[in-house]
Design a protein around this ligand. Structure first.
Ligand code: HEC
Length: 110
């Protein structure tokens, strides 16, 4: 029982650890992707276009986990494509956190 709890705890901690493990080079690629690929629909400054605005203000009440799921799986029946072929779950989560904090062209919040 204690062993099982330990495993659950490890699994619960895994996402936050994985987020910290994305290399600086990959983070730069993901930022680039956010501006150029996501930006083509969501606006270069994430202010919206074909897709809705993804600014920190708009995403304030949304869970990063839920946003990451949308990024990975897309929204069927809409132009929002799935991105799981191009990024891992950890990377989608990192992008979701990034979008909640700042726009890719804005300055990061302290
Ligand atoms: C081809 C256009 C297109 C591209 C490219 C695109 N999106 Fe979207 N996205 C959309 C549309 C349209 C919606 C709204 C879907 C709906 O009606 O629910 C959306 C919805 C979303 C949502 C949910 C927003 C909300 O308020 O529920 C997130 C998060 C999101 N996109 C992130 C991304 C990210 C991150 C990328 C790049 C990796 C990306 N999108 C690329 C068109 C696009």
């Amino acid at each position: 029982m204690a062993e099982r709890f330990g495993l659950l705890l490890a699994l619960a901690l895994l996402p936050s650890l994985a987020v910290a493990e994305i290399s600086a080079a990959r983070q730069a690629q993901l930022r680039h992707m956010l501006t150029h690929d996501c930006g083509s629909c969501h606006g270069l400054r994430m202010n919206g276009g074909l897709g809705p605005a993804l600014t920190p203000a708009k995403l304030a009440n949304r869970e990063a986990r839920a946003l990451a799921a949308i990024i990975l799986h897309g929204v069927p029946g809409t132009p929002m494509p799935p991105w799981r072929a191009l990024m891992s779950a950890e990377e989608a989560r990192w992008l979701a956190e990034l979008m909640k904090q700042n726009s890719p062209n804005g300055s990061p919040k302290p």
